[in-house]
Design a protein around this ligand. Structure first.
Ligand SMILES: [Zn+2]
Length: 221
């Protein structure tokens, strides 16, 4: 807790002056252009690795970056974030960002869960379709360990779940919304994105460089 309190003091004394004007403007309303769905893991910090400012990202985080299919009984909060971001905020992009060494994936693969956590047990049932999805994604990087491959397959499965929301499907069909499957590699502090051509996740910066060379051929994933 002391680290958190020290951080608040540091923000107040050192950082706040730089952001006062921006926050005063943001107090009037928000217009982020991206919904960013990530794991609640403390090591995944979207605002840091995407160099974003307050007001840039509408962030929804939960254990295992789960997006339930539309209408599913579990995960209503995550579904509400999808609907709010698309219908109210009118975001242009939705990113689902998994990460390496994800405890939720490990818990599902190894059954490694604490006793007396019925809510966590129920929540993690939502990862089961991703276990089956992994069998259908043979092009994911075989050099990764099983939990990391599951985490990447899980991101792809959540993208499919996003498409079950009418607000998402309609906007994607109209070219007004792009769905992006990303994955944060903790050990290398690097964002990867799913490359449909290779069927694997590759460094996003590499893909951006390729896209800028062949701008009319390949969009940035
Ligand atoms: Zn995680």
């Amino acid at each position: 807790m002391q680290r958190l309190l020290d951080g608040i003091r540091d923000f107040h004394e050192r950082v706040r002056p730089r952001y006062r004007e921006r926050f005063a403007h943001l107090a009037l309303g928000q217009s982020p252009d991206c919904l960013f769905i990530a794991c609640a893991d403390s090591r995944v910090v979207p605002n840091l690795f995407a160099s974003t400012d307050p007001g840039d990202l509408f962030v929804a985080r939960n254990v295992g970056n789960v997006v339930p299919p539309c209408g599913a009984e579990a995960g209503v909060a995550a579904g509400a974030a999808v609907e709010f971001a698309t219908l109210v905020l009118g975001v242009r992009d939705v990113v689902v960002c998994g990460h390496s060494s994800c405890g939720a994936m490990r818990a599902v693969l190894l059954g490694d869960r604490p006793d007396g956590a019925p809510n966590l047990d129920r929540w993690l049932l939502q990862v089961e379709p991703s276990v089956r999805r992994l069998e259908r994604e043979p092009r994911l990087d075989l050099a990764l360990d099983a939990e990391d491959r599951l985490s990447q397959a899980h991101v792809l499965q959540q993208i499919d779940h996003l498409r079950t929301y009418p607000a998402v499907a309609e906007r994607v069909a109209a070219g007004e919304l792009t769905l992006r499957a990303w994955w944060f590699d903790l050990a290398h502090a690097q964002v990867l994105a799913h490359d449909a051509e290779s069927g694997s996740f590759r460094p996003l910066v590499e893909l951006m460089n390729e896209a800028s060379r062949e701008s009319h051929v390949r969009p940035v994933p």
